[in-house]
Design a protein around this ligand. Structure first.
Ligand code: NAI
Length: 252
């Protein structure tokens, strides 16, 4: 029970990686606030946690909206008494080049992927600091470290996540708050199927592309969750500002 008596917030908690991590947090003893923008979606994951004997609340919120974030933090504190762990994981992707991307699409990708993390940290850091510290894990991407094709706003946003994580770690380390990013390669979730649809490809052939990496397969959400549990827990007590890559060896 590596997260016994901890309270956690997971954004994008109804999606592939978010759901797996919410369940993993609960299995390690954490009380979990499952947050997602899709109406009612977080409730299903909270129900799964409760059915397994854990403690969870479900909150519908858009991470790019400051009032929503303030409500998420306040509701979590009211339900659990504090916040020890945050997994800033909500994210969206647009598979377009700079020429193809509208200014509105750019703003939306940055609003969710970057501003969402800033807003959560703005409102949760004082809560954590008052309680002696905590651990924040932000979802970057392999493409935030090395770039990728036909995803200009996404690659730029994930690069921002990686460096914002370092800046947060510098600012809030003295308050006992560790901040790290987890950077997945291709993971078997709805996002990959959405990408295939945006690119007009068959999901099957799109997913098969991951077979060329050293481990010869894409990742499963639970394999990202396992890394996030470690970063969230005291086992990683001397790790902050790091960019942990979990990608089957895709970044040579
Ligand atoms: P997913 O699409 O299954 O899950 C994303 C979740 O975020 C969804 O439940 C969605 O409703 C939620 N969400 C979207 N916008 C939101 C908003 N404004 N406020 C609150 N929730 C919102 O995708 P997946 O793969 O689980 O993605 C999780 C994170 O992992 C994302 O940040 C993504 O960029 C990142 N990632 C995923 C990779 C993959 O291959 N699946 C690779 C590298 C990074």
């Amino acid at each position: 029970m590596r997260l016994a008596d901890k309270s956690a917030i997971v954004t994008g908690g109804a999606g592939g990686i978010g759901r797996a991590t919410s369940l993993a947090f609960a299995a390690e003893g954490a009380r979990v606030a499952v947050v997602d923008v899709a109406p009612g979606a977080a409730e299903g994951v909270a129900d799964e946690i409760r059915a397994a004997g854990g403690t969870a609340i479900a909150l519908t919120a858009d991470v790019s909206n400051e009032a929503d974030i303030e409500r998420v933090v306040a509701d979590t504190v009211a339900a659990f008494g504090g916040v020890d762990v945050v997994f800033n994981n909500a994210g969206i992707i647009r598979r377009t080049t700079a020429v193809e991307t509208t200014a509105e699409e750019w703003d939306r990708v940055f609003g969710v992927n970057v501003k969402g993390i800033f807003l959560m940290c703005k409102h949760v850091v004082p809560v954590m600091a008052a309680n002696g510290g905590g651990s924040i894990v932000n979802t970057g991407s392999g493409w935030g470290l090395k770039g990728g094709g036909q995803a200009i706003s996404y690659c730029a946003s994930k690069g921002a996540v990686v460096n914002m994580t370092r800046a947060l770690a510098i600012d809030h380390g003295p308050q006992g708050i560790r901040v790290n990013s987890v950077n997945p390669g291709d993971v078997n979730t709805g996002m990959l199927r959405d990408e295939a649809r945006q690119l007009g490809q068959e999901a099957g052939s799109f997913l098969a592309e991951a077979a060329d990496r050293p481990l010869q397969r894409m990742g499963e959400p639970g394999e990202i969750a396992a890394a996030v549990v470690w970063l969230a827990s005291d086992e990683s007590s001397y790790v902050t500002g790091s960019a942990l890559v979990v990608d089957g060896g895709g970044i040579a």
